[in-house]
Design a protein around this ligand. Structure first.
Ligand code: HEM
Length: 327
């Protein structure tokens, strides 16, 4: 890519994008502009021995470390339903904050979508403005999305298809979460290997039976995971997909073939409810906060997200939340 990823962001774009999310996605004052409803857990991460050879990052060399995991509904409104109907879910998110032995932390975020449609903040803005407005709850309508984006951004098709066919998972514990952006692992000799990550549910992927649509409340995933973790820990494998020569690094829309080598980097286990999910919601899970040993790609959306998340934080910190809390 010839253009600097930072040129595609900047304060004016952040303002434009957050303004659109606030206007069209039913944002509620005091809440995050995305992933407004969530729940946090304490847990741990254990790296595999193999991953240490590929990166000097301390999270791969310190044995078991503590994590806080925030599981969320992707909507700007904390009152958004978990699904549109029995066959179509709204995107869910997973944010992991790894506590590094040095005292610092790194935060990793992922969605249960199979692909992500926009490549730049302007694409994202166009998508929000043109597809969200008409529906209650700020849920994107796949047909409107398709009609708008397909002729303009052909490479967005896998992402549009992913959103249109996203099945509602039985639980956060049975959802696969994809990190989309490319990063680089840097080893002790300075060799760089591009990778993308995913959190694979140890319980396996499982979706609700569409027949249960009428039985389940509109918001159920937060209560479900709370009850599930009370019974037993829940785990995801952290899996890295490694790029090969010629793979698209800076365009998150272009998926790499599944035949690319995969390495299990470790396992994340959540064990108990965090004592204060509201306090964790105050945090920013900044996807650019990586430790030495992991480098950022030039994906423009990755860099923009950091700017947008901190501005979302600034805005919500100045507001008062309404008295009615989400589930
Ligand atoms: C232009 C594209 C995107 C925009 C504008 C956007 C916007 C936002 C905003 C404003 C927040 C709330 C930040 C805060 O107040 O703390 C958020 C949270 C989040 N986003 Fe994005 N996002 C984008 C793409 C993505 C992608 C590609 C992923 C997955 C790789 C993702 C995953 C998440 C997750 C998991 C959270 C919740 C983290 C938490 O629990 O605080 N987002 N997003």
């Amino acid at each position: 890519m010839s253009e600097s990823p930072h040129k595609l962001g900047g304060p004016a774009r952040v303002k434009k994008v957050l303004g659109a999310m606030e206007k069209h996605m039913n944002n509620v004052p005091g809440h995050k502009r995305g992933h407004a409803r969530g729940i946090a857990f304490h847990g741990h991460f254990t790296p595999t021995p193999e991953i240490g050879a590929l990166s000097t990052a301390e999270l791969f060399h310190s044995g078991r470390i503590d994590v806080v995991v925030r599981l969320s509904n992707g909507g700007s409104s904390p009152y958004l339903a978990d699904r549109v109907d029995g066959k179509r879910g709204n995107p869910l998110g997973m944010g992991v904050r790894f506590a590094l032995p040095s005292g610092d932390h790194t935060s990793w975020t992922a969605l249960n979508l199979a692909a992500f449609p926009p490549r730049t903040p302007d694409d994202f803005h166009a998508m929000v403005v043109n597809t969200r407005a008409a529906l209650p709850g700020g849920s994107p309508h796949p047909l409107r999305m398709l009609a708008f984006l397909a002729p303009r951004i052909p490479r967005a098709l896998p992402g549009i298809k992913a959103a249109a066919t996203l099945a509602p998972p039985e639980s956060f514990a049975t959802a696969r979460f994809n990190g989309f952006h490319s990063y680089y692992l840097v080893d002790a000799d300075g060799r760089r290997q591009a990778f993308r990550f995913r959190f694979m549910p140890v319980a396996g992927v499982a979706n609700i039976d569409p027949k249960d649509d009428t039985l389940l409340p509109p918001q159920y995933v937060v209560s479900e995971i709370k009850q599930r973790v009370e019974q037993a820990p829940v785990a995801w494998k952290l899996v890295f997909q490694l790029a090969q020569e010629g793979d698209e690094i800076d365009d998150l829309r272009v998926l790499w073939p599944e035949s690319r080598p995969q390495v299990v980097a470790g396992e994340i286990v959540i064990e108990r409810l965090h004592e204060d999910s509201e306090a964790v919601a105050e945090w920013v899970f900044d996807p650019t906060r990586m430790p030495p040993g992991i480098e950022l790609s030039d994906d423009p959306l990755l860099h923009f997200r950091s700017e947008a998340y901190w501005e979302s934080h600034r805005r919500r910190s100045r507001e008062t939340k309404p008295a009615i809390l989400p589930e």
